[in-house]
Design a protein around this ligand. Structure first.
Ligand code: 13P
Ligand code: SF4
Length: 332
């Protein structure tokens, strides 16, 4: 009885993995649960292939926000990281939003706490605050407008030229947007651990080995990586470029999960993951947060409808404003 009680408490906290579930075909069971519970699974391109294949919709951060805003299902299951599930909850406060592993965070979000951003805002009261969606609801609640890597240029361009801007938390995306817009935004000191791990030496060696391949990179990468790129864009931008460009080989500088969908879109082309500094095994970069979600956790989270992502009502209302502004400007 005590063991059962302990298990119940652990499950409520999101530690669903304590179930063994040997012999279960997760794909079959997840399909059943989707129908039974009128659930929709939204997945980011960085999720493991099996999760992408079972999802109802796979996309980049912006596409997932639009999808979350129009969802008709009773249950939203977010196969991504915490800030994404939180954004879905902010857009759908009445719906239940689940995240297979509550610990699936993001180094960018962790680098920017609301109290620190508030102090920075207080030091620069004439600045407007543009925040990347890779932030907590508390940070969004004190931001003027959000952006993703797909629409950052458009969002920044929508702000009058003489208006000073704080851009948080990704210093690499911020520096890239400063460059392409000619602005001089104040940049927060955050970075993505995955995109900062690419090795320029190894990347150039990979290019030497495959001289016909075009380097394509996500703007969360550092400047020296971006300088080598023939194309810079969000995850959906990178997939689209590989599809429409005439080249037959690409070296892809972003999280390796993207290769699954990209390869489906370009079956005849060759894709090489950009190598990371420390990586001597698979020569690719994986986000440890994104990869916390597994098919087993997805199944258990749908079965138990846990762990749930919630946002306090006052924060939800304030955080909705910069997200909605972003969606409105982005769709124009
Ligand atoms: P996009 O899918 O918007 O390009 O973002 C990448 C990312 O790092 C999400 O965490
Ligand atoms: Fe955050 Fe980087 Fe992982 Fe995206 S890839 S969730 S930005 S740590």
């Amino acid at each position: 009885m005590e063991i059962e009680q302990a298990k119940k408490e652990l499950k409520e906290k999101g530690f669903l993995d304590i179930e063994t579930n040997e012999g279960i075909d997760y794909a079959v069971e997840i399909q059943k649960l989707k129908k039974e519970k009128n659930a929709v699974i939204l997945a980011h391109y960085y999720q493991e292939p099996a999760i992408q294949d079972i999802a109802d919709f796979v996309g980049d951060s912006l596409q997932l926000s639009y999808k979350a805003a129009e969802v008709d299902a009773d249950l939203i299951v977010f196969a991504g990281v915490h800030f994404m599930a939180e954004t879905a909850k902010i857009l759908n406060p009445k719906k239940k939003v689940l995240l297979p592993d509550l610990n699936a965070g993001c180094s960018l979000s962790e680098a920017c706490e609301a109290k620190d951003l508030q102090a920075f805002k207080d030091e620069h009261p004439d600045h407007v605050v543009v925040t990347y969606v890779n932030t907590s609801a508390d940070v969004k609640a004190i931001s003027d407008i959000c952006c993703t890597s797909s629409n950052a240029k458009k969002i920044v361009d929508s702000i009058p030229l003489d208006q000073p801007i704080i851009f948080a938390p990704d210093k690499n995306l911020g520096a890239y947007i400063n460059k392409v817009t000619g602005r001089n935004m104040l940049l927060w000191e955050g970075a993505c651990i995955v995109h900062e791990a690419f090795s320029i030496d190894k990347l150039l060696n990979t290019h030497l080995a495959h001289p016909e391949a075009k380097i394509i990179a996500h703007p969360e990468s550092e400047e020296h990586i971006l300088k080598t790129a023939a194309y810079i864009g969000s995850t959906s931008g990178l997939i689209n470029f590989a599809k429409t460009d005439s080249a037959n080989e690409f070296i892809v500088a972003t999280e390796a999960g993207i290769l699954h969908e990209m390869q489906k879109k370009v079956p005849g082309k060759t894709l090489y993951p950009a190598p990371a500094v420390e990586d001597n095994t698979c020569a690719c970069s994986e986000c440890p947060y994104m990869k916390m979600n597994t098919m087993k956790k997805l199944y258990l989270c749908m079965k138990h409808e846990l762990p749930e992502v919630n946002v306090p009502e006052d924060v939800q209302k304030k955080a909705l404003i910069p997200i909605q502004k972003m969606l409105d400007i982005s769709s124009k």
